[in-house]
Design a protein around this ligand. Structure first.
Ligand code: ADP
Length: 481
C-alpha cells in the first residue's frame, strides 16, 4: 500500500514539475514575443524619422538617437570618416556622449576607429579593460559597455554607429550587434538621401541667386540700351532730316561733289538708325516688354505687300522675284507688322546676297507641325504640340552658307561672311530679331543651304497664334506630341 502512495506522490510531483516548466517556457516565449514586438515598433518609429526627408544634421541626430533607443542604451552616436583625410568625427550623439559632437576621435585609440579600420563590429563588456578604447573619455562619462558596427556605402566604410551603457546596465549581446547592423543599412540610405537633398537645396538656392543676378543684369542692359537708343535716335533723325533737306536743293544748289558726300552721309545715318532701332527692339523683347498686336492676318496679302515693298531693293539688280502661295485662304493670328518685318528681312537678305541673274522665290503653304509649348517654370522640360501652321520660306540662288556657319546665323552680331555682309551693309541683328519675333508667336525659324546653290530661310507660324500660358497646358494635353 505504502509503495502505491509513494508512486502516486511521485507522479503528482512530476506532473507539477512539468506544468511548472511548461508555464516558465510559455512566460519566456511571451516575453520574447513582447521584446520582438517592441523592437519592431522601435524600428517602425526609427524608419519613419529617418524617412522624414530632413536635412543632413537632422538625419544624423535621428540616427544617433535611434542607435541608443534600439538597444536600450544610455547613449547612441554616429561617427563619419572624412572622404579625403580619413579623419573620424562624431557627427551626432545622445546621452552621456552628447558632448562629443563635432570632436575628432583618433583612429588608433578609439573603438570606433578600430571598427572603421577593421570593418568588423566590436562588443565590449568593460571599456576599462579594453585596450582599443578611448579610456579617459569613458572614465569621465562613466560608460562601461559599448557596441559599435561599421557603416558601409557601396562596399566602402564611411563611419560607424555605436551605443554605450553604464556599469549598472546589462552587457550588450550579439543580438544588439545585429540590431545596429540593420539600423546601419537604413542609416546609410537616409544619410545619402539627406546629402542629395542638401546638395539640391544648395544648388537650387545658388541657381535662384544666379537667376536674380542675371535678371538684374538683363534689366540694366535693357534699360541702358533703351536710354541710349532714345538719346541717339533724336539727334540722328534730325541729322537725316536736315541732310535730306540739303540734298533736295531747297537750301541752295549743291555741286556734284557735295551731293555725293551728302548721299554717303545719309546712307550711313540710315544704317546707324536701323542698328539703333534693331537694338531697341531686341532690348524690348529681352526685357519681356514687346507686346504683340495679335489679329487674324491674310498671309497672301501680307506676302504680296512685302514683295511690293521689296521692288525698290531690286533697283540696279538683275533678279527675278516670284511667289508660290497655296490655294485657298491662308490666315494666321499674328502681329502683322512684326511678321512683315521678318519676311522683309528674309527677302532683303536674299536680294543682298544673290548675284545678278539669280532668282528669289517666296513660298507659303498650310501644314501641321510640332511647335513649342511655353514653359510654366524654368524647370519644365521643353514640350511640343502638333498644331495647324503656315510655312513661309524665301529661297534664293545666291552663294549659300557653309555648314559650319549655320549655327551662328541667328546669333547677335554674327555676319557669317563678313566681306559680302560688309559690302552689302547690314547690322548682323536682323535674323536675331526675326527669331525672337517668330518665337514670340509660338513658331519656329530655320535655314537650309547648299553652298554654291543658294539658301532657304523659313518660318513656321501656328495658325491660331501663340498659346497663352494658362491655356498652353490645357490645350497641350489634347493631341500633343
Ligand atoms: P545683316 O543685317 O548683317 O544681314 P542678318 O542677321 O540679317 O544680318 O544676317 C546675318 C548673316 O547671315 C548675314 O550677314 C549673312 O552673312 C548671312 N545671311 C543671311 N541671309 C543670307 C542669304 N540669303 N544668303 C547668304 N547668307 C545670308
Amino acid at each position: 500500500m505504502a509503495w502505491v502512495i509513494a508512486i502516486a506522490a511521485a507522479l503528482l510531483l512530476a506532473g507539477v514539475w512539468i506544468e511548472h516548466r511548461r508555464a516558465r517556457r510559455l512566460a519566456e516565449s511571451i516575453a520574447a514575443v513582447r521584446r520582438h514586438a517592441a523592437e519592431i515598433e522601435r524600428f517602425r518609429a526609427i524608419t519613419q524619422s529617418l524617412l522624414a526627408g530632413q536635412e543632413l544634421t537632422g538625419t544624423l541626430q535621428a540616427v544617433a538617437t535611434a542607435a541608443g533607443d534600439l538597444v536600450v542604451a544610455d547613449s547612441g552616436y554616429i561617427t563619419l570618416c572624412d572622404p579625403d583625410t580619413g579623419a573620424l568625427t562624431v557627427a551626432a550623439a545622445t546621452g552621456s556622449t552628447g558632448a562629443w559632437v563635432g570632436k575628432q576621435i583618433p583612429r588608433d585609440g578609439s573603438v570606433a576607429g578600430w571598427v572603421t579600420s577593421h570593418g568588423q563590429p566590436a562588443l565590449i563588456h568593460d571599456l576599462s579593460q579594453d585596450t582599443r578604447g578611448f579610456r579617459e573619455a569613458n572614465v569621465q562619462t562613466g560608460l562601461k559597455r559599448e557596441v559599435v558596427v561599421p557603416l558601409r556605402s557601396h562596399g566602402e566604410i564611411i563611419g560607424a554607429i555605436g551605443a554605450n551603457r553604464t556599469a549598472d546596465m546589462p552587457t550588450f549581446g550579439h543580438h544588439d550587434v545585429a540590431l545596429l547592423e540593420r539600423l546601419g543599412d537604413m542609416a546609410v540610405l537616409a544619410i545619402e538621401n539627406a546629402q542629395a537633398l542638401d546638395h539640391s537645396r544648395r544648388a537650387r538656392a545658388g541657381l535662384a541667386a544666379k537667376n536674380a543676378e542675371l535678371e538684374e543684369a538683363l534689366r540694366t542692359k535693357s534699360e541702358f540700351l533703351r536710354n541710349m537708343s532714345h538719346e541717339l535716335r533724336t539727334p540722328l533723325n534730325s541729322i537725316i532730316g536736315f541732310s535730306e533737306l540739303l540734298q533736295s536743293g531747297s537750301a541752295g544748289e549743291l555741286n556734284e561733289g557735295q551731293r555725293e558726300f551728302l548721299t554717303t552721309a545719309i546712307r550711313n545715318s540710315r544704317h546707324l538708325l536701323q542698328l539703333i532701332n534693331d537694338l531697341l527692339d531686341l532690348a524690348k523683347v529681352d526685357a519681356g516688354r514687346m507686346e504683340l498686336q495679335l489679329a487674324p492676318a491674310n498671309m497672301r496679302a501680307l506676302i504680296e505687300g512685302v514683295l511690293e515693298d521689296s521692288r525698290g531693293l531690286l533697283a540696279g539688280h538683275q533678279l527675278q522675284l516670284a511667289h508660290e502661295i497655296t490655294t485657298g485662304p491662308v490666315t494666321v493670328v499674328c502681329d502683322d507688322v512684326r511678321i512683315r518685318q521678318v519676311l522683309f528681312n528674309f527677302v532683303s537678305n536674299a536680294v543682298k546676297f544673290t548675284p545678278d541673274g539669280g532668282e528669289i522665290t517666296v513660298r507659303a503653304t498650310r501644314t501641321a507641325a510640332p511647335l513649342p509649348v511655353p514653359a510654366q517654370r524654368a524647370s519644365d522640360t521643353a514640350r511640343l504640340k502638333t498644331r495647324p501652321a503656315v510655312w513661309i520660306a524665301v529661297s534664293d540662288t545666291g552663294p549659300g552658307i557653309r555648314p559650319e556657319d549655320m549655327p551662328r546665323l541667328f546669333q547677335e552680331f554674327s555676319q557669317v561672311d563678313s566681306s559680302t555682309s560688309r559690302k552689302s551693309g547690314g547690322t548682323g541683328l536682323g535674323l536675331v530679331l526675326c527669331r525672337r519675333f517668330v518665337e514670340l508667336h509660338g513658331g519656329t525659324i530655320g535655314a537650309e543651304s547648299v553652298p554654291g546653290h543658294g539658301s532657304t530661310f523659313w518660318m513656321l507660324l501656328p495658325e491660331d497664334g501663340p498659346l497663352r500660358l494658362g491655356d498652353a497646358y490645357a490645350r497641350a494635353g489634347e493631341g500633343g506630341s
